[in-house]
Design a protein around this ligand. Structure first.
Ligand SMILES: NC(=O)c1ccc[n+]([C@@H]2O[C@H](COP(=O)([O-])OP(=O)(O)OC[C@H]3O[C@@H](n4cnc5c(N)ncnc54)[C@H](OP(=O)(O)O)[C@@H]3O)[C@@H](O)[C@H]2O)c1
Length: 301
Protein backbone atom coordinates (compact mmCIF):
# COMPACT_ATOMS: atom_id res chain seq x y z
CA UNK A 1 0.00 0.00 0.00
CA UNK A 2 1.41 3.37 -1.00
CA UNK A 3 0.42 6.10 1.42
CA UNK A 4 1.58 9.58 0.42
CA UNK A 5 2.57 12.10 3.02
CA UNK A 6 -0.37 14.17 4.30
CA UNK A 7 -0.69 17.34 2.24
CA UNK A 8 -2.13 20.52 3.69
CA UNK A 9 -3.37 21.96 0.37
CA UNK A 10 -7.10 22.49 0.00
CA UNK A 11 -8.59 19.77 -2.18
CA UNK A 12 -11.44 20.49 -4.54
CA UNK A 13 -13.94 17.66 -4.25
CA UNK A 14 -17.10 17.30 -6.32
CA UNK A 15 -20.04 15.24 -5.04
CA UNK A 16 -22.79 14.16 -7.45
CA UNK A 17 -26.05 12.86 -5.96
CA UNK A 18 -25.61 15.20 -3.02
CA UNK A 19 -29.28 15.16 -1.93
CA UNK A 20 -29.37 11.36 -1.70
CA UNK A 21 -29.01 9.28 1.43
CA UNK A 22 -25.26 8.77 1.15
CA UNK A 23 -24.61 12.08 -0.62
CA UNK A 24 -26.14 14.06 2.25
CA UNK A 25 -23.82 12.53 4.84
CA UNK A 26 -20.80 12.77 2.57
CA UNK A 27 -21.27 16.47 1.86
CA UNK A 28 -21.81 17.21 5.55
CA UNK A 29 -18.74 15.22 6.63
CA UNK A 30 -16.46 16.67 3.93
CA UNK A 31 -17.64 20.24 4.56
CA UNK A 32 -16.80 19.89 8.25
CA UNK A 33 -13.11 19.57 7.27
CA UNK A 34 -11.28 22.74 6.24
CA UNK A 35 -9.07 20.79 3.87
CA UNK A 36 -11.94 20.24 1.42
CA UNK A 37 -13.53 22.73 -0.96
CA UNK A 38 -16.79 20.87 -1.66
CA UNK A 39 -18.99 21.37 -4.73
CA UNK A 40 -22.29 19.53 -4.32
CA UNK A 41 -24.51 18.74 -7.31
CA UNK A 42 -27.73 16.87 -7.96
CA UNK A 43 -30.31 16.19 -10.67
CA UNK A 44 -31.39 19.85 -10.76
CA UNK A 45 -27.84 20.70 -11.89
CA UNK A 46 -27.31 17.89 -14.39
CA UNK A 47 -29.24 14.84 -15.55
CA UNK A 48 -26.91 11.83 -15.58
CA UNK A 49 -29.04 10.16 -18.24
CA UNK A 50 -27.98 12.90 -20.68
CA UNK A 51 -24.41 12.11 -21.71
CA UNK A 52 -23.87 15.31 -23.67
CA UNK A 53 -25.16 17.45 -20.81
CA UNK A 54 -22.92 15.63 -18.32
CA UNK A 55 -19.81 16.11 -20.49
CA UNK A 56 -20.46 19.82 -20.92
CA UNK A 57 -21.35 20.27 -17.22
CA UNK A 58 -17.99 18.76 -16.24
CA UNK A 59 -16.10 21.05 -18.59
CA UNK A 60 -18.04 24.23 -17.80
CA UNK A 61 -18.97 23.90 -14.11
CA UNK A 62 -16.40 21.56 -12.60
CA UNK A 63 -13.08 22.29 -14.32
CA UNK A 64 -9.92 21.29 -12.48
CA UNK A 65 -10.66 19.01 -9.53
CA UNK A 66 -8.87 16.68 -7.11
CA UNK A 67 -11.62 14.11 -6.60
CA UNK A 68 -15.04 13.30 -8.01
CA UNK A 69 -17.43 11.30 -5.83
CA UNK A 70 -20.46 9.80 -7.55
CA UNK A 71 -23.48 8.94 -5.37
CA UNK A 72 -25.96 9.12 -8.27
CA UNK A 73 -27.86 5.90 -8.90
CA UNK A 74 -31.23 4.36 -9.45
CA UNK A 75 -31.47 2.35 -6.23
CA UNK A 76 -35.01 0.98 -6.39
CA UNK A 77 -34.25 -2.59 -7.46
CA UNK A 78 -37.85 -3.37 -8.47
CA UNK A 79 -37.93 -0.27 -10.70
CA UNK A 80 -34.58 -1.27 -12.23
CA UNK A 81 -35.88 -4.73 -13.12
CA UNK A 82 -38.65 -3.16 -15.22
CA UNK A 83 -36.58 -0.28 -16.68
CA UNK A 84 -33.32 -1.80 -17.97
CA UNK A 85 -32.43 0.97 -20.37
CA UNK A 86 -33.06 3.81 -17.91
CA UNK A 87 -31.13 1.94 -15.22
CA UNK A 88 -28.05 1.44 -17.42
CA UNK A 89 -28.22 5.08 -18.55
CA UNK A 90 -27.75 6.20 -14.92
CA UNK A 91 -26.01 3.37 -13.07
CA UNK A 92 -23.57 2.29 -15.78
CA UNK A 93 -22.87 4.58 -18.76
CA UNK A 94 -22.12 7.90 -16.95
CA UNK A 95 -19.22 6.15 -15.21
CA UNK A 96 -17.35 6.17 -18.55
CA UNK A 97 -17.85 9.94 -18.83
CA UNK A 98 -16.75 10.58 -15.23
CA UNK A 99 -13.79 8.19 -15.50
CA UNK A 100 -12.54 9.73 -18.76
CA UNK A 101 -12.87 13.20 -17.22
CA UNK A 102 -11.04 12.25 -14.02
CA UNK A 103 -8.30 10.60 -16.01
CA UNK A 104 -7.85 13.78 -18.09
CA UNK A 105 -7.84 15.94 -14.92
CA UNK A 106 -5.57 13.52 -13.01
CA UNK A 107 -8.28 13.41 -10.36
CA UNK A 108 -9.42 10.46 -8.22
CA UNK A 109 -12.82 8.95 -8.92
CA UNK A 110 -14.90 7.40 -6.15
CA UNK A 111 -17.73 5.11 -7.24
CA UNK A 112 -20.09 3.23 -4.94
CA UNK A 113 -21.05 -0.26 -5.94
CA UNK A 114 -23.06 -2.91 -4.15
CA UNK A 115 -23.24 -6.36 -2.56
CA UNK A 116 -25.78 -7.08 -5.33
CA UNK A 117 -22.89 -7.71 -7.74
CA UNK A 118 -22.77 -11.17 -6.12
CA UNK A 119 -25.18 -14.06 -6.65
CA UNK A 120 -25.39 -15.09 -2.99
CA UNK A 121 -24.40 -18.73 -3.55
CA UNK A 122 -21.16 -18.54 -1.57
CA UNK A 123 -22.72 -18.46 1.92
CA UNK A 124 -19.46 -17.08 3.35
CA UNK A 125 -18.47 -13.39 3.45
CA UNK A 126 -17.56 -12.13 -0.02
CA UNK A 127 -14.05 -10.81 -0.56
CA UNK A 128 -12.84 -8.45 -3.28
CA UNK A 129 -11.30 -11.49 -5.02
CA UNK A 130 -14.63 -13.30 -5.43
CA UNK A 131 -15.93 -13.28 -8.97
CA UNK A 132 -19.11 -11.16 -9.26
CA UNK A 133 -22.19 -12.77 -10.77
CA UNK A 134 -25.16 -10.44 -10.36
CA UNK A 135 -28.65 -11.88 -10.65
CA UNK A 136 -30.72 -8.77 -11.33
CA UNK A 137 -30.64 -5.59 -13.44
CA UNK A 138 -29.58 -3.35 -10.56
CA UNK A 139 -26.59 -5.62 -9.85
CA UNK A 140 -25.56 -6.00 -13.50
CA UNK A 141 -25.84 -2.23 -14.07
CA UNK A 142 -23.66 -1.46 -11.04
CA UNK A 143 -21.08 -4.05 -12.15
CA UNK A 144 -21.02 -2.49 -15.63
CA UNK A 145 -20.40 0.85 -13.88
CA UNK A 146 -17.45 -0.70 -12.01
CA UNK A 147 -15.96 -2.01 -15.27
CA UNK A 148 -16.17 1.41 -16.93
CA UNK A 149 -14.51 3.08 -13.94
CA UNK A 150 -11.66 0.54 -14.05
CA UNK A 151 -11.30 0.81 -17.83
CA UNK A 152 -10.90 4.60 -17.98
CA UNK A 153 -9.49 5.86 -14.68
CA UNK A 154 -6.53 4.31 -12.89
CA UNK A 155 -6.97 6.58 -9.86
CA UNK A 156 -10.24 5.02 -8.74
CA UNK A 157 -11.71 3.79 -5.51
CA UNK A 158 -14.67 1.48 -5.94
CA UNK A 159 -16.37 1.01 -2.58
CA UNK A 160 -18.82 -1.86 -2.58
CA UNK A 161 -21.30 -1.06 0.17
CA UNK A 162 -24.41 -2.80 1.44
CA UNK A 163 -27.87 -2.35 3.01
CA UNK A 164 -27.60 1.37 3.77
CA UNK A 165 -29.36 3.42 6.39
CA UNK A 166 -28.75 7.15 6.64
CA UNK A 167 -30.28 10.21 8.22
CA UNK A 168 -31.70 11.40 4.88
CA UNK A 169 -33.24 8.04 3.93
CA UNK A 170 -32.80 6.61 0.42
CA UNK A 171 -34.59 8.89 -2.02
CA UNK A 172 -34.96 6.07 -4.52
CA UNK A 173 -36.62 3.85 -1.93
CA UNK A 174 -38.59 6.41 0.04
CA UNK A 175 -36.84 6.03 3.42
CA UNK A 176 -34.73 3.38 5.08
CA UNK A 177 -35.34 -0.01 6.70
CA UNK A 178 -34.63 1.17 10.25
CA UNK A 179 -37.16 4.01 10.09
CA UNK A 180 -39.75 1.78 8.39
CA UNK A 181 -39.51 -0.82 11.15
CA UNK A 182 -39.66 1.74 13.97
CA UNK A 183 -42.69 3.44 12.38
CA UNK A 184 -44.48 0.09 11.93
CA UNK A 185 -43.76 -0.87 15.55
CA UNK A 186 -45.08 2.47 16.83
CA UNK A 187 -48.31 1.94 14.84
CA UNK A 188 -48.61 -1.55 16.38
CA UNK A 189 -48.51 -3.24 12.96
CA UNK A 190 -48.02 -6.98 12.55
CA UNK A 191 -44.34 -7.47 11.76
CA UNK A 192 -43.23 -10.29 9.50
CA UNK A 193 -39.58 -10.03 8.51
CA UNK A 194 -37.40 -12.14 6.21
CA UNK A 195 -34.96 -14.40 8.04
CA UNK A 196 -33.29 -16.14 5.09
CA UNK A 197 -31.55 -13.22 3.39
CA UNK A 198 -28.23 -12.44 5.06
CA UNK A 199 -26.37 -9.13 4.63
CA UNK A 200 -24.17 -6.59 6.41
CA UNK A 201 -26.09 -3.42 7.43
CA UNK A 202 -24.17 -0.17 6.97
CA UNK A 203 -24.64 3.40 8.14
CA UNK A 204 -23.98 6.09 5.53
CA UNK A 205 -22.23 8.32 8.07
CA UNK A 206 -19.66 5.52 8.53
CA UNK A 207 -19.10 5.41 4.76
CA UNK A 208 -18.63 9.18 4.77
CA UNK A 209 -16.01 8.78 7.51
CA UNK A 210 -14.13 6.21 5.41
CA UNK A 211 -14.19 8.32 2.23
CA UNK A 212 -12.96 11.34 4.20
CA UNK A 213 -10.14 9.26 5.65
CA UNK A 214 -9.00 8.09 2.20
CA UNK A 215 -9.03 11.62 0.73
CA UNK A 216 -7.61 13.41 3.77
CA UNK A 217 -4.68 11.02 3.98
CA UNK A 218 -3.99 11.01 0.22
CA UNK A 219 -4.27 7.25 0.07
CA UNK A 220 -3.13 5.97 -3.30
CA UNK A 221 -3.93 2.29 -2.83
CA UNK A 222 -6.49 2.52 -5.62
CA UNK A 223 -8.82 -0.36 -6.34
CA UNK A 224 -11.92 -2.09 -5.06
CA UNK A 225 -12.90 -2.31 -1.38
CA UNK A 226 -15.74 -3.92 0.53
CA UNK A 227 -17.04 -1.70 3.32
CA UNK A 228 -20.03 -2.46 5.56
CA UNK A 229 -20.80 -2.91 9.22
CA UNK A 230 -18.56 -5.81 10.38
CA UNK A 231 -20.43 -9.08 10.68
CA UNK A 232 -23.70 -10.27 9.21
CA UNK A 233 -27.37 -10.77 10.05
CA UNK A 234 -30.74 -11.52 8.49
CA UNK A 235 -33.35 -8.77 8.09
CA UNK A 236 -35.21 -10.45 10.99
CA UNK A 237 -32.12 -10.29 13.23
CA UNK A 238 -31.54 -6.69 12.17
CA UNK A 239 -35.13 -5.82 13.15
CA UNK A 240 -34.72 -7.51 16.54
CA UNK A 241 -31.54 -5.47 17.14
CA UNK A 242 -33.30 -2.21 16.16
CA UNK A 243 -36.14 -2.95 18.59
CA UNK A 244 -33.80 -4.03 21.35
CA UNK A 245 -31.70 -0.83 21.06
CA UNK A 246 -34.91 1.30 20.95
CA UNK A 247 -36.54 -0.64 23.85
CA UNK A 248 -39.48 -1.62 21.62
CA UNK A 249 -41.07 -4.91 22.64
CA UNK A 250 -43.24 -5.61 19.56
CA UNK A 251 -43.30 -9.25 18.51
CA UNK A 252 -41.61 -10.04 15.18
CA UNK A 253 -42.40 -13.13 13.10
CA UNK A 254 -39.71 -14.80 11.00
CA UNK A 255 -40.71 -15.40 7.40
CA UNK A 256 -38.97 -16.61 4.25
CA UNK A 257 -38.34 -14.52 1.12
CA UNK A 258 -40.17 -17.38 -0.63
CA UNK A 259 -43.38 -16.14 1.07
CA UNK A 260 -43.20 -12.97 -1.07
CA UNK A 261 -43.22 -14.15 -4.71
CA UNK A 262 -41.47 -11.60 -6.92
CA UNK A 263 -39.93 -11.48 -10.37
CA UNK A 264 -36.91 -9.79 -8.79
CA UNK A 265 -34.18 -12.17 -7.63
CA UNK A 266 -32.05 -11.00 -4.71
CA UNK A 267 -28.90 -12.66 -3.35
CA UNK A 268 -29.78 -14.87 -0.36
CA UNK A 269 -26.37 -14.17 1.12
CA UNK A 270 -24.34 -11.00 0.48
CA UNK A 271 -22.33 -10.30 3.64
CA UNK A 272 -18.91 -8.74 3.11
CA UNK A 273 -15.46 -9.73 4.25
CA UNK A 274 -13.99 -6.33 5.23
CA UNK A 275 -10.44 -7.50 6.03
CA UNK A 276 -8.88 -5.58 3.10
CA UNK A 277 -10.23 -2.15 4.08
CA UNK A 278 -9.67 -2.87 7.79
CA UNK A 279 -5.92 -2.53 7.09
CA UNK A 280 -6.54 1.15 6.26
CA UNK A 281 -9.44 2.27 8.44
CA UNK A 282 -11.46 0.98 11.40
CA UNK A 283 -14.49 -1.20 10.59
CA UNK A 284 -17.01 -1.13 13.45
CA UNK A 285 -19.61 -3.89 13.77
CA UNK A 286 -23.05 -3.41 12.20
CA UNK A 287 -24.47 -3.20 15.76
CA UNK A 288 -22.20 -0.17 16.39
CA UNK A 289 -23.29 1.41 13.07
CA UNK A 290 -26.89 0.98 14.23
CA UNK A 291 -26.21 2.33 17.71
CA UNK A 292 -24.57 5.50 16.38
CA UNK A 293 -27.32 6.01 13.80
CA UNK A 294 -30.09 5.71 16.41
CA UNK A 295 -28.35 8.31 18.59
CA UNK A 296 -27.80 10.69 15.62
CA UNK A 297 -31.44 10.32 14.60
CA UNK A 298 -32.63 10.97 18.16
CA UNK A 299 -34.23 7.55 18.72
CA UNK A 300 -31.89 6.70 21.61
CA UNK A 301 -29.43 8.55 23.83
N1 LIG B 1 -29.34 2.17 -0.66
C1 LIG B 1 -28.67 1.04 -0.49
O1 LIG B 1 -29.03 0.17 0.32
C2 LIG B 1 -27.39 0.78 -1.30
C3 LIG B 1 -26.74 -0.46 -1.14
C4 LIG B 1 -25.55 -0.67 -1.85
C5 LIG B 1 -25.03 0.32 -2.67
N2 LIG B 1 -25.69 1.49 -2.81
C6 LIG B 1 -25.11 2.53 -3.69
O2 LIG B 1 -24.81 3.68 -2.90
C7 LIG B 1 -24.96 4.88 -3.67
C8 LIG B 1 -25.87 5.87 -2.94
O3 LIG B 1 -27.16 5.29 -2.69
P1 LIG B 1 -28.29 6.06 -1.86
O4 LIG B 1 -28.95 5.06 -0.97
O5 LIG B 1 -27.72 7.29 -1.27
O6 LIG B 1 -29.32 6.43 -3.04
P2 LIG B 1 -30.46 7.56 -3.11
O7 LIG B 1 -30.79 8.11 -1.77
O8 LIG B 1 -31.56 6.96 -3.93
O9 LIG B 1 -29.75 8.74 -3.92
C9 LIG B 1 -29.49 8.65 -5.29
C10 LIG B 1 -29.25 10.04 -5.84
O10 LIG B 1 -29.11 9.92 -7.27
C11 LIG B 1 -29.85 10.99 -7.87
N3 LIG B 1 -30.23 10.64 -9.24
C12 LIG B 1 -30.97 9.60 -9.66
N4 LIG B 1 -31.14 9.66 -10.99
C13 LIG B 1 -30.46 10.77 -11.41
C14 LIG B 1 -30.24 11.36 -12.67
N5 LIG B 1 -30.76 10.86 -13.80
N6 LIG B 1 -29.47 12.49 -12.74
C15 LIG B 1 -28.95 13.04 -11.63
N7 LIG B 1 -29.14 12.53 -10.39
C16 LIG B 1 -29.89 11.41 -10.29
C17 LIG B 1 -31.06 11.12 -6.97
O11 LIG B 1 -31.71 12.33 -7.24
P3 LIG B 1 -33.33 12.35 -7.38
O12 LIG B 1 -33.86 12.28 -5.98
O13 LIG B 1 -33.64 13.62 -8.07
O14 LIG B 1 -33.72 11.12 -8.17
C18 LIG B 1 -30.39 11.03 -5.60
O15 LIG B 1 -29.86 12.27 -5.19
C19 LIG B 1 -25.48 4.41 -5.04
O16 LIG B 1 -24.40 4.28 -5.92
C20 LIG B 1 -26.06 3.04 -4.76
O17 LIG B 1 -26.05 2.20 -5.91
C21 LIG B 1 -26.87 1.76 -2.13
Amino acid sequence: MANLARGDQVKKVVVFGSYGQLGTDLVQTLKAKKIFDVLAFDREHVDFADEKALRSFLNLKVGAVDAVINCVAVTNTTFCEEHCEETYKINALPQAVLAQYCSKMKASLIYFSTDYVFSGEKKKPYTENDVPRPINIYGTSKLAGEDLVRAYCDKHFIFRISSLFGIAGALGKGGNFVETMIAKAKKGEDLKVIDDQIMSPTSTSEIARVVCHFLENNLTSYGTYHFSGRGECSWYEFTKAIFSQCSLSNPVTRVSWKDFPSALRRPEYSAFDTAKIAKLVSVPSWEEHLKNYLILKGHTK
